[in-house]
Design a protein. Structure first.
Length: 367
């Protein structure tokens, strides 16, 4: 859950920070585009999964705090297991575990589009195929596309393949979790995760070790924004995040300088947490205002909750901008404190304006 790029000096003045940001504007803008695109994709498919039967813990689980604590504990345990396996040199096992998890999340993003193709085919052929056959083709199509993307990722892990799969996976995850918990529980989750992210990146630094492992295995649990033409992610190796500064002699003085880097990296978790709050907002907030989005059958999105969701996204972008001022300094940064903080502020401010402050909160229980 960290975001990182390498600049040229570890200590920057204000003007030097702005200059570094100008030099990296293309990669930073590209990363922002993937941030927004992932969340908007999740927002697009949300109505397909806005059913009690699909929620991770059912209808009752949407307000139970213990489920959020369980999710956080599982993240910590998963991180420790992956790092332990990496230190034992069991990369093949890491890749297998992560690929299966990614494939499952990928299905969530792909299924709605396979459904659209099935509906389109049914309309064109005037119901030529039975419902049973269409359902079989939908399931088969989803499996073929998702497995095909996993094979492509394994055989050709270039940055645009990693990003494409990463955006789809991220949209699937934010939808799965966003429809499963009310906004107040998501906010608690985000605060706890931000505290953990800060500790994991800046104190224990095991998150940097995890990021290096994922980069070395070319897995789409991060997004990659090249800074230069001709960049190839396939040549990246491990120990990128954990590289130490290099001391140079300049004018008889030692100057700390980071090794150069050709890309900006952002952990997928930095997109997922703000995205979860966006999805939760349009799922659980009161249905205020006219219907704005009724593309999918049965479920729609209303004006009030959508404004709050978009306000949350804008808040996340302000957090992203603040984060970039730190990233430009050339040090690995914990992304969640600023990204989650901006998203939560965006939720509160836009929600207070669009639907009223008292409408933003739900009663929750521990069990």
């Amino acid at each position: 859950m960290c975001i990182e790029c390498r600049g040229y000096m570890s200590e920057y003045t204000g003007s030097e920070t702005l200059q570094a940001m100008r030099e990296q504007w293309a990669s930073m803008t590209g990363m922002a585009g993937m941030f927004v695109g992932t969340i908007l994709l999740g927002l697009f498919i949300q109505p397909m999964y806005n059913y009690d039967e699909v929620r991770a813990y059912g209808e009752e689980g949407t307000t139970q705090g213990v489920n959020i604590l369980f999710q956080l504990v599982m993240i910590f345990i998963f991180t420790i297991i992956i790092i332990w396996l990496a230190r034992k040199g069991l990369d093949y096992l890491i890749k297998g575990i992560v690929m299966v998890a990614l494939w499952f999340s990928l299905l969530y993003s792909i299924w709605p589009f396979i459904y659209l193709l099935a509906v389109l085919f049914d309309n064109i052929t005037n119901g030529f195929l039975s419902i049973e056959i269409l359902e079989y083709l939908m399931i088969s199509g989803s499996l073929i596309v998702s497995i095909g993307l996993m094979i492509l990722l394994n055989k050709f892990p270039e940055w645009y393949v990693v990003n494409g799969v990463g955006v789809l996976v991220g949209a699937g995850v934010i939808t799965m979790i966003g429809v499963s918990f009310t906004p107040i529980l998501i906010i608690i989750f985000m605060i706890l995760a931000a505290i953990y992210d800060h500790w994991a990146v800046n104190k224990s630094k095991h998150m940097l070790e995890l990021a290096d492992t994922m980069i070395d295995l070319k897995l789409p649990v991060l997004l990659v924004a090249p800074k230069e033409k001709g960049y190839t992610f396939r040549n990246e190796t491990d120990k990128i995040m954990q590289q130490e500064d290099v001391e140079l002699i300049k004018d008889d003085k030692k100057v700390s300088k980071n090794k150069s880097r050709d890309a900006l990296f952002m952990g997928l978790g930095d997109v997922i947490f703000p995205g979860m709050l966006v999805i939760s907002s349009v799922t659980f907030l009161p249905e205020i205002g006219p219907v704005i989005f009724d593309f999918w059958p049965d479920n729609v999105i209303y004006y009030g909750p959508l404004l709050v969701g978009l306000g949350t996204l804008v808040g996340g972008l302000f957090g992203y901008l603040a984060l970039m001022t730190q990233v430009a300094r050339g040090k690995p940064q914990a992304g969640l404190p600023l990204l989650n903080g901006g998203s939560i502020l965006g939720y509160i401010i836009s929600g207070s304006i669009a639907i009223g402050f008292d409408q933003l909160w739900h009663n929750i229980t521990l069990l």
